[in-house]
Design a protein around this ligand. Structure first.
Ligand code: PAD
Ligand code: ZN
Ligand code: ZN
Length: 374
């Protein structure tokens, strides 16, 4: 029996309050309106950005259904939808591509003006499709993938290869693409260069993979959890260091290791002190530093402009600089053609109902990516 046009009752993980566990609840998911798509979720990863909402580091309205790194199958479409149809395998895009705004038309930029970051928690028309116990529930980044069914705008979903394994390519929806693109597309890492990557989680490891693919000669991994080092080396780090092992500030240690500073540095943690360290460890006149980690929304950094005046480049990007609707299908095709691996990033697969266990593994530093399956 078709569910198209009807409200679907299903399970979702609702975050009612900051710093509390998720509750698995029965929710009602309204049918998609014009230019919207309802998706049956198959697999979703747990990214630190989801946890930033739980901790309050990303300020968002509550109650909310989080999740933004996923893959699923289109259940039904609203009026006027032309780019996907029921049955298509898709990846939701937390960074949409409307194709019409100034940013979408710019050849290099990708932070479409229709984005929902910082979150207001609705679809583009300003309304919501989830209800739980009679209360409307907020969306997260237009994706809300911690639910058996979700509704997204058509500009926030990409059709992918029908043969793609969804429990792996879900990582192309955030962590992999963000890290890999930050290296190859945003920093434009050059062959023979030296790189430093601060933070060896799922996104940081993907930066390392991008640096390696771009031909970097040295890749220095930096993390305070040395348990992250073997995996970092497996995916391409040539050496790994723990700032707690040194008396000197870590940027000085890296400058000494790299003839005055690395060519490319990446902050993939989301802290102000490591953003400063990453900036300073790249060479003062020919280094580039990329901010990838999401900092606490309310805080600012103080930097002496002389650090930039001498020729450093400091930049940042959402989703590795990729335009989602154009790039996600290509990244999936590249994965299918064995151009990069996703398996090293997946440390655990759990049923969706065990979402709190998955978050505990992330918070205790015991996982890279946990994939929840529906
Ligand atoms: P993660 O928690 O798996 O990895 C972070 C790593 O940083 C861990 O290995 C920690 O041990 C390490 N770490 C923590 N504190 C320090 C410190 N003081 N010094 C050195 N290392 C430290 O997170 P993730 O890989 O899922 O995400 C990393 C960041 O990237 C996070 O801030 C997330 O919100 C952000 C992100 N940004 C985008 C984007 O589009 N720019 C997309 C996805 C994630
Ligand atoms: Zn993410
Ligand atoms: Zn746009």
């Amino acid at each position: 029996m078709s569910t198209a046009g009807k409200v679907i009752k299903c399970k979702a993980a609702v975050l009612w309050e900051k710093n509390k566990p998720f509750s698995i609840e029965e929710v009602e998911v309204a049918p998609p309106k014009a230019h919207e798509v309802r998706i049956k979720m198959v697999a979703t990863g747990i990214c630190r950005s989801d946890d930033h909402v739980v901790s309050g580091s990303i300020v968002s309205p509550l109650p909310i259904i989080l999740g933004h790194e996923a893959a699923g199958i289109v259940e039904s479409i609203g009026e006027g939808v032309t780019t996907v149809k029921p049955g298509d395998k898709v990846i939701p895009l937390f960074n949409p591509q409307c194709g019409k705004c100034r940013v979408c038309k710019h050849p290099e930029s990708n932070f479409c003006l229709k984005n929902d970051f910082p979150p207001r928690g609705t679809l583009i028309d300003g309304t919501r499709r989830f209800t739980c116990k009679g209360k409307p529930i907020y969306h997260f980044l237009g994706t809300s993938t911690f639910s058996q069914y979700t509704v997204v705008d058509e500009i926030s979903v990409a059709k992918i290869d029908a043969a793609a394994p969804l429990e792996k390519v879900c990582l192309i929806g955030c962590g992999f693409s963000t890290g890999y693109g930050s290296a190859v597309k945003v920093a434009k890492v050059t062959p023979g260069s030296t790189c430093a990557v601060f933070g060896l989680g799922g996104v940081g490891l993907s930066v390392i993979m991008g640096c390696k693919a771009a031909g970097a000669a040295r890749i220095i991994g930096v993390d305070i959890n040395k348990d992250k080092f073997p995996k970092a080396k497996e995916v391409g780090a040539t050496e790994c260091i723990n700032p707690q092992d040194y008396k000197k500030p870590i940027h000085e240690v890296i400058q000494e290791m790299s003839d005055g500073g690395v060519d490319f540095s990446f902050e993939v943690i989301g802290r102000l002190d490591t953003m400063t360290a990453a900036l300073l460890c790249c060479h003062g006149s020919c280094g580039t530093s990329v901010v990838v980690g999401v900092p606490p929304g309310s805080e600012s950094l103080t930097v002496n402009p002389l650090e930039i005046l001498t020729g450093r480049t400091w930049k940042g990007a959402i989703f590795g600089g990729y335009k989602g609707k154009d790039s996600v299908p290509k990244l999936v095709a590249d994965f299918m053609a064995n151009k990069f691996q996703l398996d090293p990033l997946i440390t655990k697969v759990l049923p969706f109902e065990k979402i709190n266990e998955g978050f505990d593994l992330l918070r205790t530093g015991k996982s890279i990516r946990t994939i929840l399956t529906f």
